[in-house]
Design a protein around this ligand. Structure first.
Ligand code: 9MR
Length: 457
């Protein structure tokens, strides 16, 4: 909790005697009201961001508004899978880096969007399935998060993985068909690659309490209980002409799980209510201390993906709309200060001696976590280096009779039954002293009961 600067807490004279202001609540009086969205949000420790497009950064009206108003940016398309890995293993970061550098030049937070999604996959990935797809997906997460390591405030690690309608379950997709644990595998890989970034799950039609948002809620609760790294949940909030009545309550129930909540892609259909809906969304975020900030999905109406709906805060000429003023006023009305928390499970990195050009390999150990059901299981294995760095590893697992490996990720297996050796892949073979790497596999029958063994080198 941070205490607002004295100058920020202004009690109007007539009300001063009756009002008690808690130390963590910033009440912003007219004299201190900020005049831009970003500065206003910053008064309570929040950000106000926009999705931006690299192709528009040469438009002076666009960048003028961007530089003036916003203190967070999200690449609208430039960090997606099709943009960053157009052919397998060949990464292109040119446009993603343009967004990054624009954000850095503004002193803005940068939200990474999105590491894995069933849409905007490169065609080579669309053609993969099973372990080939799982390995490619985890490698993608690792490579992209590593490229942007230390620069990203929050990553949308997985986007839109839940089904619409009343099931509350996962959406069918090629990624989902690699095994239900693909989401946690992605989060673990992202954490390993960039421990400082907050890791978010992001979705739409989860803006009120409903079957879909409850499905996400249950996943987050499960992740928190099992120590799967997750720090934030994004609520896209592509809204029509109204806001769900339980919008704030929905944010709060997620916040109560111990994750930050963020409004990630806000836009609202133009209509009589547009300014009111925008204000209500802003007030809801301001009322939830763990709501870290709001991102609108574009700057001017002409920049929006919702062609013809005029859903943004600036008109096509760049003029402020009524919705802009209503958002600014709601930000300036203050609220509980956001406790900006770092990612929750940052692994501690012990001091390491700098590696020699061809380091000798130390010892390693392996531990296994099993998630079993009748007839099958998923095994996640953590390989931990001892007091010396490991340069390549092999983990050996004894499978009970009747068990067979059907799918492996982040390792390659020597066999599918009996005593199976799992060898590191190119990106996770080197483990610093005291560090760890993870891989997993799915199997039929009963899972292994003995502790796996690890040999380094
Ligand atoms: O705004 C994005 C648009 O330019 C792309 O063509 C589209 C491709 O699917 O993605 C849009 O952004 C989406 C975001 O990445 C995820 N949530 C829904 C957004 C609007 O479709």
């Amino acid at each position: 909790m941070s205490i607002p600067k004295p100058g920020r807490v202004v009690l109007l004279a007539s009300a001063a005697a009756a009002v008690v202001v808690a130390a963590s609540v910033a009440v912003i009086g007219p004299a201190d009201a900020a005049s831009t969205l970003g500065a206003s949000a910053a008064q309570t420790g929040r950000y106000f961001g926009a999705a931006i497009a690299a192709g528009k950064l040469g438009d002076g009206t666009y960048t003028g508004i961007l530089n003036r108003e916003f203190n967070s940016v999200t690449p609208e398309n430039e960090m997606k899978w099709d943009a960053t890995e157009p052919s397998q293993g060949r990464f292109t970061f040119t446009n993603g880096d343009r967004i990054l550098n624009q954000g850095i030049s503004m002193g803005a937070k940068i939200r990474g969007h999105a590491l894995l999604w069933h849409q905007q996959q490169p065609s080579w990935a669309q053609g993969l399935s099973g372990s080939a797809l799982r390995n490619a997906a985890i490698n993608h997460v690792t490579q992209v998060a590593t490229h942007y390591k230390g620069k990203i405030y929050a990553w949308d690690v997985v986007n839109e993985a839940f089904a619409d309608g009343g099931s509350g379950g996962r959406r069918d997709s090629n990624l989902q068909r690699t095994g239900n644990d693909w989401i946690e595998a992605a989060f673990r890989a992202a954490r390993a690659a960039d421990p400082a970034a907050k890791l978010c799950y992001n979705d739409y039609n989860t803006d009120g309490v409903n079957a879909k948002s409850t499905g996400v809620y249950n996943m987050v609760r499960d992740f928190k209980s099992r120590g799967v790294p997750i720090d934030c949940v994004g609520f896209q909030s592509h809204l029509g002409t109204s806001i769900p009545g339980d919008y704030q309550a929905n944010l709060q129930r997620f916040a109560d799980l111990g994750v930050e909540v963020q409004i990630t892609e806000l836009d609202v259909a133009q209509g009589g209510n547009q300014a009111n809906v925008y204000a209500a969304v802003t007030r809801a975020c301001m009322a939830v201390s763990r709501c870290g900030g709001i991102t609108v999905w574009g700057i001017r109406d002409s920049d929006s993906w919702r062609t013809g709906e005029n859903p943004l805060l600036f008109d096509s000429s760049g003029n402020k709309k009524a919705a802009y003023t209503s958002v600014l006023n709601a930000l300036n009305a203050g609220g509980p200060t956001n406790p900006t928390t770092p990612p929750t499970t940052v692994p501690t990195t012990p001091p390491t001696t700098s590696p020699t050009s061809n380091p000798p390999s130390g010892a390693c150990a392996a531990s296994i976590t099993l998630n079993s059901w009748n007839g099958g299981y998923v095994a996640n294995i953590r390989v931990t280096a001892g007091s010396a760095a490991v340069n390549g590893w092999t983990v050996t697992v004894a499978l009970p009779s009747g068990s067979a490996v059907t799918n492996t990720w982040s390792a390659t297996n020597s066999a599918t039954t009996g005593t199976v050796s799992f060898r590191n892949v190119s990106y996770n073979g080197q483990i610093p002293a005291g560090g760890n790497a993870e891989f997993g596999f799915q199997g039929t029958g009963a899972g292994p009961t003995a502790t796996p063994t690890c040999s380094a080198g």
